[in-house]
Design a protein around this ligand. Sequence first.
Ligand SMILES: Cc1cc2nc3c(=O)[nH]c(=O)nc-3n(C[C@H](O)[C@H](O)[C@H](O)COP(=O)(O)OP(=O)(O)OC[C@H]3O[C@@H](n4cnc5c(N)ncnc54)[C@H](O)[C@@H]3O)c2cc1C
Length: 504
Amino acid sequence: MRVARKLGVETVELPSLRLLKRSLDARGGRVRFHLLLEVGGAPPPALALPEPREVGGARHVAIVGDGPAGLFCAYQLARAGVACTVLDRGKPVQPRRRDLRGLQQEGRVDPDSNYCFGEGGAGTYSDGKLYTRAHKRGDVRDVIEILVRHGAPDQILTDARPHIGSNRLPRVIAALREHLEGVGVVFRFESRVVAFARGAGGRVRGVVLADGAEVGADAVVVATGHSARDVLHALDDAGIRLEAKGFALGVRIEHPQALIDRLQYGPCAGHASLPSAAYRLAYDVAGRGVFSFCMCPGGFVVPASTGPDGLVLNGMSLSRRDSRWANSGLVVAIEPEDCARAGLAGPFAGIELQRRVERAALDAGGGGLRAPATRADDFLAGRASSDVPQSSYQPGTTPADVGAVLDASGLPLASCLRTALHGFGRRMRGYAGGDAVLLGVESRTSSPVRVPRDPLSLESPDLAGLYPCGEGAGYAGGIVSAALDGLRVARAICATPGPVAPTT
Ligand SMILES: Cc1cc2nc3c(=O)[nH]c(=O)nc-3n(C[C@H](O)[C@H](O)[C@H](O)COP(=O)(O)OP(=O)(O)OC[C@H]3O[C@@H](n4cnc5c(N)ncnc54)[C@H](O)[C@@H]3O)c2cc1C
């Protein structure tokens, strides 16, 4: 009716309407949906980019890592008909799910199959948020269309803040893999890469697996994500330079979702047509950024550890986002100079800093992957909590002093968080009260290491034919951005004259 009024026509005279974009604006306590509609007009043309086709030829690319970077790299190579093998240390989505149950219910960490490692990578069992700051809208649309063609809901084409949910994403990932297998791409799970083989002329020759087998390749894409510390050591051993880069570290904060709904929607909270409310916060503490990260409305805090020696938390949601809790990372930006202040130097300094707080969190939790937890008001007062409210975190929580856990870093992270939390509490009354709980620690927001690559060829300057890719190599943050980097690297490989030019 509103559109008809605006156009000055009767409702029955309205031509067809097509939804282009849908967003929710709850600023200032006024809740509005913004709809961008096209009146009349044909349905939007799909990008109509080429589909994967039968791969073949003598040339072969090994892709290490089946996360979004590796998977979309394989997709783009298959569009050009280039043969590739995707190697992943973890398991396909179904058996991986069983290992996640072991993690949640028994606190048992399989170092090759967990929330970070396995088919689809770190984001498979996540909220599946598909936001990105990337500006190449065509490429973003390409990624979203590929996901929709493999079973993701159409809605992600028009939502301003699309998400898929961890109950749906694994099916999409498996469908993508099956499609690629259908054109000859090879996927090998439980295949952990431990070394990079150098051939004659200083060019990469392939990769070595944990069982000693070598997989030969004309080009190797390293897309192993932010938690594959062993791969960074293997690259170092192979004489490939690594650089320290900025990252962020902090806690997960959890609130009752009803509280966040009230804070964001005011009197409209609880309205049936409103989704669980989200938020995004940032604060500058004397030039250092403190910000919310990967906020999961109606979600769950999950154990994202990749080994038995540390506790790492993250968050996820189902597609309906209907749990009783809202959680988000609350992290402090850390630069390489900060690591030096904490007595750590070299490319692995950030990893050592992560290790310090992950170990402290494990100890403070008291074992079984229980998470140390502090009410926000206690945290602000600089003390441990004597009890904490029920949490979505399945392994359980232990009332503790999360500030002391962060102090194990040797940096004033807790005091930065306190200043920022005071600020957030002023902006959202109740955000930093006793109903909010800080759980430790959120330490893997991004990779603290970059593997340098040539800006044009995207090849490592230290080993011809090796392509650092995705979040672990320092070129992406988030699912879509990692997928975009995978597409980019595949295009660079195809554009390189020589062993892996496309077989058109
Ligand atoms: C619980 C959780 C929730 C998240 N939620 C979101 C979200 O909602 N939205 C969002 O944008 N981002 C989210 N993220 C972050 C997102 O998952 C990552 O940014 C993204 O997956 C990075 O993609 P990637 O391909 O670079 O690396 P990854 O996804 O980390 O994939 C790396 C792959 O390499 C494999 N691998 C590692 N080492 C080896 C080896 N030695 N040999 C063989 N294979 C190896 C791993 O098994 C893994 O499958 C979440 C992360 C987690 C853990």
